[in-house]
Design a protein around this ligand. Structure first.
Ligand code: FES
Ligand code: FES
Length: 419
């Protein structure tokens, strides 16, 4: 990613521009002050501020609705003015002061706006309430002279789907009348522990480096629900079965057969830490995680392992994988792979069909790597690079195919009058 050359204007405010260049699949460190606490987090460049506040710092008071700047649910204060957190990349907020609804006031010490919303029954489900509170704070702090008849338009940047606006406008009007020279400062901003890393390392700040990389796992725990995709791939290899088994039985060599995978550390014979990069169309995901062999049978040439990984953007994947090698009549080997794949987070949006398609093509490239390793005892960098390209291309084709199928379904629904 190339940093914007100037301060970014979100439509209502300006923020400092990042200066570093970061590739789309890498992470960048960003430091800002959130509710009075200086915090450093390491984030993918495409992560928006709303996700980082919620997922990385635990500040779930900032709600997300449309995630493209329409509904106003995600409104926070950025350097004292309202901004939509879903329209800001977190990396654009270097050096900024951010206040979320948690910083406005606490249950024990509510801000006058929070008290007024309660008194005027200005919420029903409460989903819009954080956005309404931060937006009305911005209005009363920066334009306290706003006339009562102008409040409906001034507050129209946040949508409420259930309460109706009378109570909300009455609450804002009440506070405007009580504080004609400007609403009191936020009450909940103080140095406190956030999940993110503190650059300053002050007492009371966050613990050291809890977000600098994807969390490391010490054991694999597979989800109990049904898998996101089930993959069954059978490949015919030219190598004899004992040589294929020698590859399956050597986890270091085995990892090298999978395009984009890299073994980082082996804890013991059966537990290994590694990373893998997967390209899904334009999206590159870098997973770090653990693989654990749970069954190894040299008689039936069967290997079963569980793998689990997370990326820094909150995606997680895990799989129960069974590999089995069977000799064929011509002296070669039939290699079967069965995998129950579980996806969660951002990666889950790609759907079962695409996840299954991509996993299947990865396994096909993996089988070609096993055959080469069985034949030569290693995997050459050239063929590895070629298979990484093939896997990326196949994943791109799968993504395009899935999008086309989805577009076809939408066209069909529009044509048939279903929306
Ligand atoms: S979630 Fe940001 S404007 Fe809707
Ligand atoms: S109170 Fe439910 S959306 Fe506003």
């Amino acid at each position: 990613m190339t940093a914007a050359p100037e301060r970014h204007d979100t439509g209502s405010r300006r923020v400092p521009a990042p200066v570093a260049r970061v590739a789309a699949h890498e992470t960048a460190e960003v430091t800002f002050v959130v509710n009075g606490t200086e915090t450093t987090v390491e984030v993918p460049p495409r992560a928006h501020l709303g996700d980082v506040l919620r997922e990385r710092l635990g500040l779930t008071g900032t709600h997300l609705g449309c995630e493209h700047g329409v509904c106003g649910m995600c409104t926070v204060l950025l350097d004292g003015e309202a901004a939509r957190a879903c329209l800001l990349f977190a990396v654009q907020c270097e050096g900024a002061e951010i206040v979320t609804v948690e910083g406005l006031g606490s249950p024990d010490d509510q801000h006058p706006l929070q008290q007024a919303f309660s008194a005027h029954h200005a919420l029903q489900c409460g989903f819009c309430t954080p956005g309404m509170l931060m937006s009305s704070y911005d209005l009363l702090a920066n334009e306290p002279e706003t006339a009562e008849e102008d409040l409906p338009e001034a507050m129209s940047g946040v949508l409420c789907r259930c309460t109706g606006y009378r109570g909300i406008l009455a609450a804002v009007s009440d506070v405007a009348g009580t504080y004609p020279d400007g609403v009191p400062e936020p009450r909940g901003c103080a140095s406190r522990m956030l999940v993110g890393r503190s650059a300053a390392g002050r007492p009371g700040d966050a613990p050291e480096d809890t977000t600098a990389a994807a969390p490391q796992l010490s054991e694999v725990r597979l989800p109990s629900g049904p898998p996101s995709a089930v993959v069954d791939v059978t490949s015919q290899l030219t190598s004899p079965v004992d040589r294929v088994w020698a590859v399956l039985n050597d986890f270091d060599l085995l990892a090298r057969c999978l395009p984009g995978a890299q073994l980082v550390e082996s804890y013991d014979e059966d537990r290994h830490r590694g990373r893998a990069t997967v390209a899904l169309g334009p999206v590159k995901l870098s997973f770090e995680g653990l693989a654990q062999v749970v069954e190894r049978d040299p008689d039936t040439h069967r290997l079963r392992f569980h793998g689990q990984g997370k990326d820094t953007g909150g995606s997680a994947t895990s799989a129960d994988v069974v590999l089995a090698a069977t000799p064929t009549a011509d002296g070669g080997t039939e290699l079967t792979a069965h995998a129950d794949v579980h996806l969660s987070g951002r990666v889950a949006q790609f759907g079962r069909a695409l996840a299954g398609d991509v996993s299947r093509r990865l396994f096909e490239q993996f089988a070609a790597g096993v055959d080469e390793a069985a034949e030569t005892g290693s995997v050459s960098e050239v063929s590895l690079a070629r298979r990484v390209r093939l896997a990326a291309g196949a994943a791109r084709d799968a993504a395009v195919g899935a999008l086309r199928r989805a577009a076809g379904r939408i066209r069909h629904r529009a044509w048939s009058g279903k929306t």
